[in-house]
Design a protein around this ligand. Structure first.
Ligand code: SAM
Ligand code: SF4
Length: 323
């Protein structure tokens, strides 16, 4: 519990800052300078953090990054996580490029489900947004996740005005064709130039107005994951539509998460650059009790709410924090 009574049972771990894409809203085109292996926590070190978290009440772990699937040994790591007492769910968020190749191994290692990020269904636009491309490979990854039933499978679509807002109805149609849960996410001003970011921002309220002109949004009971999305469905669909509005209507009062960066810092809030160094303790062979104290300290730093979109944008890029 944090001092405001929020129950923190969800740990998001950025296992790498590296990525095989360069999404324009997440990292600069030239990429961020990759961290040396020495600066990144080793898997055994990450396991120590999760063991401490589990003793304090963490029940769910999500691997993110950078792209978690580019880090060697990720399948083995999932297997190690799966053995930690108290961890009830292991999931990951990926761009999907390596999911076709690694999905089966991950499932066998104990992965429960995946979220896949996909901002467009058009190949050319995919290349423009990601600077690298690979739409077909991502789609093959989504098909693999469906085949393996790494469900519920959520598709994260970051809304960008003038870039992909014309595809909203195509994404809604995906929920008719497949049991996919499409989540529209407001663009967050992280890294990059403020003016460009403002141009691209589209609020969820505006999006809903646009959708309601053509579609009837039915309430959905879909709540898996305790996350920030509100879910709806359209008639005849097996999937759902979720809306995530970190900027216009933040969900800080029900926030249940804490983050671990690739460099081993606990980050109490995605939108605040305050971080607590755990790596130092781990590398100094501190005992579990000391780590637990530091973990609890981090939880006390969780702010009541964030102010992103008002006066601040963040120093770090999303790929370094894990989203
Ligand atoms: N590489 C993985 C992926 O893309 O799914 C995991 C890491 S990525 C940083 C995690 C999530 O953050 C993705 O769904 C991505 O779309 C989202 N994200 C990154 N930058 C964002 C931004 N500026 N605003 C909103 N969402 C963002
Ligand atoms: Fe990589 Fe994910 Fe960031 Fe895109 S959003 S650059 S896939 S970390």
């Amino acid at each position: 519990m944090d001092p405001l009574g929020r129950k923190i049972d969800y740990l998001r771990i950025a296992i790498t800052d590296r990525c095989n894409l360069r999404c324009q809203y997440c990292m600069p085109e030239e990429g961020v300078k990759s961290l040396s292996q020495q600066r990144i926590l080793r898997y055994e070190e990450l396991i120590k953090v999760v063991q401490v978290g589990a003793r304090l009440g963490i029940k769910k772990v999500r691997l993110t990054g950078g792209d978690p699937l580019v880090r060697k040994g990720v399948v083995n790591f999932v297997q190690m996580l799966n053995k930690i007492e108290g961890i009830e769910e292991i999931s990951l968020t990926t761009n999907g490029l390596l999911l076709e190749e690694k999905g089966q191994g991950l499932l066998e290692a104990g992965l429960d489900r995946v979220n896949i990020s996909l901002d467009t269904l058009e190949q050319g636009k995919f290349r423009e947004i990601t600077k690298i491309g690979g739409f077909k490979q991502v789609w093959a990854g989504i098909e693999k996740a469906l085949e393996l039933e790494l469900a519920p499978i959520k598709i994260n679509m970051v809304l960008m005005k003038g870039i992909n807002d014309d595809e909203v109805f195509d994404f809604i149609n995906l929920t008719r064709e497949y049991p996919l849960h499409v989540r529209f996410i407001e663009f967050m001003p992280i890294g990059g130039k403020r003016s460009e970011q403002e141009e691209k921002y589209l609020s969820i309220a505006e999006l809903k107005r646009k959708i309601k002109e053509r579609e009837k949004l039915l309430p959905s009971k879909f709540v898996i994951g305790n996350g920030p999305a509100n879910y709806y469905r359209v008639a005849g669909a097996s999937g759902t539509i979720g809306f995530i509005s970190p900027i216009s209507n933040h969900f800080c009062t029900s926030c249940n998460r804490i983050r671990l960066t690739a460099t081993g810092y606990l980050r109490p809030c995605l939108c605040s650059d305050d971080e607590i160094n755990l790596k130092e303790l781990i590398r100094n062979n501190s005992n579990q009790e000391r780590l637990m104290e530091r973990f609890l300290e981090a939880v006390t730093y969780k702010p009541k709410q964030h102010h992103l979109g008002e006066e601040t944008s963040l120093v770090k890029h999303m790929s370094q924090i894990g989203g």
